[in-house]
Structure formats: C-alpha cells, structure tokens
Design a protein around this ligand. Structure first.
Ligand code: 2HA
Ligand code: ZN
Length: 271
C-alpha cells in the first residue's frame, strides 16, 4: 500500500487545507505532528527507508520506537496536500530516545519543522498524561487568539475565564483551560520546554503574539478545539469593540455546566 493512502497522510492533507482556509497558516506559519505507534506503522514498513539520523538536544525514552509524521521546515500549509512527499516526512525515534531518523518523505532535501523540540517534548508529556491516547500536536497562527494576546493580561486563569464565558462549548471542550505563555523565540529549545511544561496541565497553550499549540487524540478533535477557542476569542474581541460585556455566563452557571458533563474545570478560575 502507498503511504499516501494511509489514514495518517490522508488526515494530514485534509486538515492542512482547512487550516489554510481558516487563515491560520500564512506562508510557512504553523506545523503539525502525528505520533504513529510501531504497531500502526507495521503494515507500511515496506514504504520506509533509512535516511538521515539527527541527535536530539534531549532524551525522550517515553517516545522510543515511535514514529512521527511531521510537516517540514519552511513548508506552506497551502501546498501540503499538493506536494505531500516534499512537504511532509516521517521520523523514527531511536531506542534510546535521543535521535531521529528520517524514514519517509522530505524529498528535495527537506527536514522536520523548526518547532520539532516543542512538538516532541509536548508529545512526551501528553502521551504519558493520556495513557497513550493523545497522538496529535498542532501549532497554528490562529488569528483571533493571537489578537487577544495583545489585550488580555498574559495569565492562564484570566484568559481561560474570558474564553469560557463566551460560549457554552468552551468549558466542555477545554475544562483544563488554556495555558498562557509570554512571547519567546520561535524554534528555540526554551519555547519547547515551556510549552511542554504547560501541556502537563492544558491541552491548549497560547504563545503570546505568535499562535497556539493544541494536543489531542486525533486531527479533527484538535482542530475543533482550536476552532472553538479561536471563535470564542473572535467573539470576545467583538464584544470588547462593542463597548464591553454587560452580562455573561456566570461562574455558577459554568460550574453547573462542567458538572453536567462530569468535568472538573481548572481550579482557581471560577472561584
Ligand atoms: O514554522 O510557525 O513557529 C513557522 C512557525 C514557527
Ligand atoms: Zn509559529
């Protein structure tokens, strides 16, 4: 079977088009990674080769042997579906967890995204936290969330409460809130470690004045999570522009809503 026909590649190509259509992936902005287990990759072993091995600046034994389908550096979201072999690639993590080997894609001299540290460090955290369910890390330049990072205090609990208040879905889709971090150097090891630290307790992490990181079990879920948070941010910006809130869903109502879904909202937001 051709690698392009696998559900991994099909999902990646479909969602990258949607991200571009949303206006969240201008030029080479944003990147995606998908964890593929050795068992899931087994039927496609014949499609793999052994390419360049690169040492990682950290060791992630929790990801040893896993495969990652990752967008290439400099790749434009709008071109991924038309040029998948050039735009995408698969790397395998070594048995000691501190090297990657390219095993598919990245033709024309490509290599994984500059944000690979943030992706792999986040995957390690989310894999552990979700007992292996979380497979996707998606970074995109979600317009309204970026705009919001200029007008709200850069505080996890403040931003979380403002978004939850905008519509009922928010507390249900991200009861663990949105982790907020200041602007940091894109592609650096520091931004990677800071993101992964927040991913221990939040499935969404806001990179102030830059974009959003989301994690979850599949592409549709993570896309939906970011789409919902960005819509809430869009409404909040409209409400601010219209003169500010006159009323909103109350903390008691938000608690009751989370309770109705058996969810525990992030502590310290509604008290
Ligand atoms: O790949 O989005 O954060 C371009 C970026 C860096
Ligand atoms: Zn970015």
């Amino acid at each position: 079977m051709d690698m392009l026909k696998t559900p991994f590649l099909a999902d990646m190509m479909r969602l990258s088009k949607e991200i571009y259509a949303k206006g969240w992936g201008e030029a080479n902005g944003g990147n995606i990674s998908m964890r593929i287990t050795p068992e899931e990759m087994f039927p496609f072993q014949h499609c793999l080769t052994t390419g360049i091995t690169t040492k990682l600046p950290f060791s992630l034994p929790e990801l040893a042997g896993d495969y990652f389908l990752v967008t290439g550096t400099g790749v434009f979201y709008r071109n991924i579906a038309d040029y998948p072999h050039e735009s995408l690639g698969i790397v395998k993590i070594s048995d000691d967890g501190n090297k990657t080997t390219m095993v598919w894609g990245y033709t024309s001299g490509g290599r994984p995204t500059s944000e690979l540290p943030a992706h792999l460090l986040s995957h390690a955290v989310r894999k552990k936290n979700s007992q292996g369910k979380d497979k996707i890390v998606l970074h995109t330049h979600a317009t309204n969330l970026i705009a919001l990072s200029f007008v709200l205090p850069l505080d996890t609990r403040v931003v979380t409460k403002e978004l939850w208040e905008m519509m009922s879905e928010c507390v249900v889709l991200f009861p663990d809130g949105i982790g907020v971090m200041p602007w940091m150097m894109p592609g650096s090891l520091e931004i990677g470690h800071a993101t992964a630290e927040l991913m221990k307790s939040h499935s969404l992490v806001m990179w102030a004045h830059h974009g959003i990181f989301g994690a979850g079990k599949n592409m549709d879920q993570v896309f939906g999570l970011i789409e919902t948070a960005d819509k809430a941010a869009e409404m909040l910006l409209k409400v601010m522009a219209a003169g500010g809130k006159k009323q909103a869903i109350t903390p008691e109502e938000l608690k009751a809503l989370a309770n109705a879904f058996g969810l525990a909202p992030l502590a310290g937001v509604l008290d």
